[in-house]
Design a protein around this ligand. Structure first.
Ligand code: DOR
Ligand code: ZN
Ligand code: ZN
Length: 420
């Protein structure tokens, strides 16, 4: 297979190139390659996008999403690899569930799906899960996502065990006692709506704790979905003194603020909550200066029944796989914060490097995982068009730029936009 005339996003910039793919790998990159091929004129070709933080809900919550429907949403969103969080039912805290997820992903045969194992058994915060067995079964990281590990000593042990098995802990940072039932950011909009607020410190305290542990143990740690200006600063300072900390944020933290909650739309309910303009700008600056390494969607699909209830009772989460790329392109590249190569870093090379996955760059010898997008196309987010079972998006009706046209995994086209 040959791809012709694509604007290829390389590490150092964008070049018009042809790409020859052989046996699932990139065999040649050159200005002109002889032979018949797909004409990608006008399209920008990225290294296959990687979303290191998604929820696929299977096993247990198949009404919200399945591995198949989630993988379908992933390739539609341009993702060739995704990593799924363990807060399923049963929890992915053992090799059986990890093996099951991999088998279901193989059946779906869409994108590469990497399971993330739980840190503690049943995510109950009491005993460490079977970390070695999960690694052997294919887990690529460990996380207690949905909550933090409350006992600091247990978290320290988790970091030690994880490191022994070549894994990293991906930390959802939330001090539950301080959140104390808060459902939105504490500030003007929590006062206006009467919804219970949660302070930044609830996130920052655990970010600081994980940094302290990583520093004292000399081990790596990864901070999930950074949402506060103060957490960005904690991570920036830790990196400056050599702590092995990496971090991700999500499109909703750089594209929205808590002003979006004013209409009580439960699709704006997410954990951590949407913050204020000061935070949004700090998250953008963190992405720009490299404090924040990755953009992940935290794709958290929910059934309408879990969202069509009072704000206080609604489930936390945003269905993000099908809007992540366009929001990132629109808010970060079109606005001049990041170059296309830098965006490819945040959405492909950096997550690959942090988790030790293959891929992340367009180069000869690499797997032919590629994402082709029309960056000039403007479109309106319409959850009715989502292939994810989760239609819960606060971006509905919003105009964005950049549309995924093809997603190629190991040299095979797994998604091609159907023309109307
Ligand atoms: O909004 C969220 N949804 N935050 C989390 O931490 C968990 C996730 C979920 O599983 O729905
Ligand atoms: Zn989380
Ligand atoms: Zn999550």
């Amino acid at each position: 297979m040959i791809i012709k005339n694509a604007n290829v996003v390389l590490k150092g910039g964008v070049k018009k190139l042809d790409v020859r793919i052989e046996k699932g790998k990139i065999a040649e990159l050159a200005p002109q390659i002889e032979g018949m091929g797909y004409d990608f004129s006008g399209l920008t070709l990225f290294p296959g996008l990687i979303d290191m933080h998604v929820h696929l809900r299977e096993p247990g919550y198949e009404r919200k999403e399945t591995i198949e429907s989630g993988a379908r949403a992933a390739v539609k969103g341009g993702f060739t690899q995704i990593c799924c969080m363990p807060n399923t039912k049963p929890v992915a805290d053992n090799k059986v569930v990890v093996t099951y997820i991999k088998a279901r992903a193989r059946e779906a045969d869409l994108c590469k799906v990497h399971p993330i194992g739980a840190i503690t058994e049943g995510q109950n915060g009491e005993n460490l899960a079977a970390i070695g067995a999960m690694k052997e079964a294919g887990a690529v990281a460990l996380s207690e996502d949905g909550k933090s590990v409350v006992r600091t000593n247990l978290m320290a042990n988790a970091m030690r065990y994880a490191a022994d098995f070549g894994l990293k802990c991906l930390c959802h940072c939330e001090d539950k006692s301080l959140v104390d039932g808060g459902v939105v950011n504490e500030g003007y909009y929590s006062t206006l709506t009467g919804l219970k607020g949660s302070v930044r410190a609830a996130e920052d305290i655990i970010v600081a704790r994980e940094i302290c542990l990583a520093e004292s143990l000399g081990l790596p740690v990864h901070i999930c979905h950074v949402s506060t200006y103060s957490a960005v600063q904690l991570i920036r300072e830790a990196k400056a003194r050599g702590v092995k900390v990496t971090a991700e944020t999500c499109p909703h933290y750089f594209a929205l603020t808590d002003a979006a909650i004013a209409g009580f739309d439960t699709d704006t309910k997410v954990n951590p909550p949407l913050r204020e303009e000061r935070d949004r700008l700090a998250v953008i600056e963190g992405l720009r200066d490299g404090t924040l390494d990755c953009i992940a969607s935290d794709h958290a699909p929910h059934h309408a029944d879990d969202k069509n209830v009072e704000y206080d009772l609604a489930a936390f989460g945003i269905s993000g796989l099908e809007t992540s790329f366009a929001l990132s392109y629109t808010y970060l590249v079109k606005s001049g914060v990041l170059t296309l190569s830098e965006l490819a870093g945040k959405m492909s090379a950096n997550p690959a490097a942090i988790l030790g996955l293959t891929g992340g760059t367009v180069e000869v010898g690499a797997p032919a995982d590629l994402t082709a997008a029309d960056l000039g196309e403007e479109w309106t987010v319409d959850p009715a068009e989502f292939v994810s079972k989760g239609k819960n998006t606060p971006f509905k009706g919003m105009k964005v730029c950049g549309r995924v046209k093809y997603t190629v995994v190991d040299g095979k086209i797994k998604y091609e936009e159907k023309r109307a």
